[in-house]
Design a protein around this ligand. Structure first.
Ligand code: CUA
Length: 347
């Protein structure tokens, strides 16, 4: 467990880490690391760390030089008993000095510009191999829709990808779109930030080399629950990933014991916003619920997904996530129980 408290707070993902850690013994979830650009596990993120260290090194040299000269001047030219109180000689215009402080920063900026351009170009230039995993992620207020078009999988807020290895490269190419306002997709340990813009498609790729769970969040203010728009990425070994894919492709479970809940659900407005594959529920405004219980959190990472929190969510989403666009359906106690019982079978 690495701790980068400051960065964690900057990212905001620490809230999600806290949610996941608080329930870790119950869920037996894999360890979650604090999101940090200094602990990369995926190719574009390695490059970003490299260029960050390069920029930090240059700026550290500048900092030491400037503050060193400043401290030297403070001590060397401090006021002494023997001072006669007159102004020191004033120098106006020195071609050498002015050239130096114009050209040196200019050179530094050019070097930083060229190095950054080279790195960005290196990341963007990579063509998508025909067999690469393709994922489309759509930002919504305030959750992430995640689609695997070639696999026929639709899920939300928790991205699953395979691990890559030198012997078996398995990069994931992500297409980013927005359903409403500008969001920003950022998993610090996997890749750089990429804005998610309405009517524009952005692309990003990741190639994680280590299995594990990595967190991130929306990095562009997008409304009341911007801070409640968290992301979890689980990087699986290829075998585990294949298992996850086949679980997700399976149709929704149909458990006879919760027929009443299923019936009720299908008569409620729930079905206008949510999809449960193979049923009349085919809405697309809210998250796909076909395998709802395979997800560890609800409300885009704001709380752990347990029978109790799910029930509270169905009863009144705003009690957990104020401002959430899902309305409280004003159901009776029994109806909330029935619907929750049905949802709990959607594994
Ligand atoms: Cu979506 Cu901030």
């Amino acid at each position: 467990m690495k701790h980068h408290p400051l960065l964690g707070r900057v990212v905001g993902g620490s809230a999600l880490v806290a949610v996941l850690l608080a329930f870790a013994p119950v869920a037996a979830a894999p360890p979650v690391e604090q999101p940090s650009i200094f602990a990369p596990v995926s190719t574009p993120a390695f490059i970003i760390r490299e260029v960050s260290f390069f920029v930090l090194a240059i700026t550290a040299v500048i900092f030491v030089l400037v503050s060193g000269v400043g401290v030297y001047a403070l001590i060397r030219f401090r006021r002494r008993q023997t001072d006669d109180g007159r102004e020191p000689p004033q120098v106006y215009g020195s071609q050498q000095i002015e050239l130096a402080w114009t050209l040196v920063p200019l050179l530094i900026v050019i070097v930083l510009f060229l190095v950054t351009t080279r790195y960005i170009y290196g990341v963007e230039r990579r063509a998508q191999p025909a067999d690469a995993l393709a994922v489309t992620i759509i930002g919504h207020q305030w959750w992430w829709e995640i689609r695997y078009p070639k696999l026929g999988i639709v899920t939300a807020n928790e991205l699953h990808v395979p691990m890559s290895a030198a012997s078996l490269p398995m990069p994931t190419f992500i297409t980013l779109q927005s359903a409403d306002v500008i969001h920003s997709f950022w998993i610090p340990q996997l890749a750089g930030k990429m804005d998610v813009i309405p009517n524009k498609t952005n692309r990003l790729w990741i190639e994680p080399l280590r299995a594990g769970t990595y967190v991130g969040q929306c990095a562009e203010y997008c409304g009341a629950q911007h801070a409640g728009m968290l992301l979890i990425v689980t990087v699986h070994t290829p075998e585990e990933f294949a298992r996850w894919v086949s679980d997700q492709r399976a149709p929704a479970r149909s458990d006879g014991q919760v027929a009443a809940g299923r019936e009720l659900f299908s008569t409620l407005a729930c079905i206008n916003c949510h999809t449960v594959r193979g049923t009349t529920a085919d809405g697309v405004f809210g998250p796909d619920l076909t395998h709802l219980m395979s997800r560890s959190t609800i409300g885009a990472g704001v709380i752990q997904n347990t029978p109790q929190t799910l029930r509270d969510w169905v009863e009144d989403p705003a009690s957990i996530k104020p401002g959430a666009l899902m309305p409280a359906m004003k159901l009776s106690r029994e109806d909330v129980d029935k619907v929750t019982a049905y949802l709990l079978t959607l594994r």
